[in-house]
Design a protein around this ligand. Structure first.
Ligand code: CP
Length: 318
């Protein structure tokens, strides 16, 4: 594997899951693979899980780790070419990226959608500049349109808990006071569509995702109907994608907050969310604290998904 930005970078999903369970059984099995190799983790946005789990994954593989928070202690970066740099940004990303690449062997990048320009977000301008100019393998630690390390961990978690070959998985929009990117739902949809699960997406009208990510999933606007018989419920907020509403909050309707009312019509479904989660906006205290909540094992599996991805990138360096 050279770069990891989506499920398409995994050649064989079944094999990747086998590797995940192998690593989960012995997470230090490949502890010499990263000897004298350095991972640089570059954050344009905040993180708890990605920062810790990816660092732990690198340590599992014997790598050195450098972490750079662009907004805390680094020079402010200009990202547009052709700009006269007479403002508050003293460094251009086109110099900064190859400099970063000169200090490491692998780069992880977190760069969310900015909601300033839909084309820039959906063309993954920042992530692709790292791929183009760093000279190093690059993996996404959540980019503008996808969060593949999260989705891989979600898939591992579903595989661990499913009790039938083809579980019903429901991705539900839920309310949130701020505009959040579509990266997690896009990516979750993409990974679910790569399985043979029954996959349903439910959201209020106006919150349609990019059809490229929805794929063959069934879209159901009636949340209660979507939840009927579900084995897994995956909640997430996202801002509008379509037309002039791109990046806007169209609804904060708490009828969509996942509660015992909706969970009652499921097949005793497991509840999932990538975290961080706003309680009693996205999900009630009772549901997230219930014994069917998988949010903690899901987060723990981030270490496993990151270890598998870094292992494959390191093997590609040889
Ligand atoms: N789920 C996830 O990516 O968490 P962080 O934003 O805390 O890294």
């Amino acid at each position: 594997m050279r770069n990891f930005t989506s499920v398409n970078d995994i050649c064989d999903l079944k094999k990747a899951l086998e590797e995940a369970f192998e690593i989960k059984a012995d997470r230090y099995k490949y502890c010499d693979l990263g000897k004298n190799k350095t991972l640089m983790m570059v954050f344009f946005n905040s993180s708890l899980r990605t920062r810790l789990s990816t660092q732990k994954a690198a340590l599992n593989l014997g790598m050195n780790v450098i972490v750079l928070d662009i907004n805390q202690g680094a020079w402010k970066l200009e990202t547009e070419r052709g700009v006269i740099m007479d403002g508050d940004k003293p460094e251009h990303i086109l110099e900064a990226i190859p400099v970063m690449g000169s200090y490491c062997d692998v780069i992880g990048v977190r760069s969310f959608a900015r909601f300033e320009n839909k084309a820039d977000d959906y063309n993954e301008v920042i992530l692709n500049q790292f791929i183009k100019y760093s000279g190093r393998p690059v993996f996404s630690m959540e980019a503008a349109t996808r969060h593949p390390l999260q989705s891989f961990a979600d898939l591992i978690t579903i595989e661990e808990h499913k009790t039938k070959a083809r579980p019903k998985v429901v991705l539900t929009w839920a309310p949130h006071p701020k505009a959040l990117p579509q990266a997690v739902p896009n990516s979750f949809a993409e990974w679910m569509n790569a399985t043979d699960y029954e996959f349903v997406i439910t959201h209020p009208k106006g919150y349609e995702l990019d059809p490229a990510f929805v794929g063959n999933a069934r879209v159901e606007y009636d949340q209660m109907k979507a939840f009927e018989g579900a084995d897994f419920v995956y909640a997430k907020n996202w801002a509008a994608y379509t037309g002039d509403n791109y990046g806007k909050v169209l609804s904060t309707d708490r009828e969509w907050t996942v509660s015992d009312r909706q969970m009652a019509v499921t097949n005793n479904a497991y509840f999932m969310h990538c975290l961080p989660v706003r309680r009693n906006m996205i999900v009630t205290d009772d549901v997230i604290e219930s014994e069917r909540s998988l949010v903690i094992p899901e987060a723990a599996n981030r270490e496993i998904s990151a270890t598998v991805v870094l292992k494959n990138i390191l093997e590609g360096l040889k």
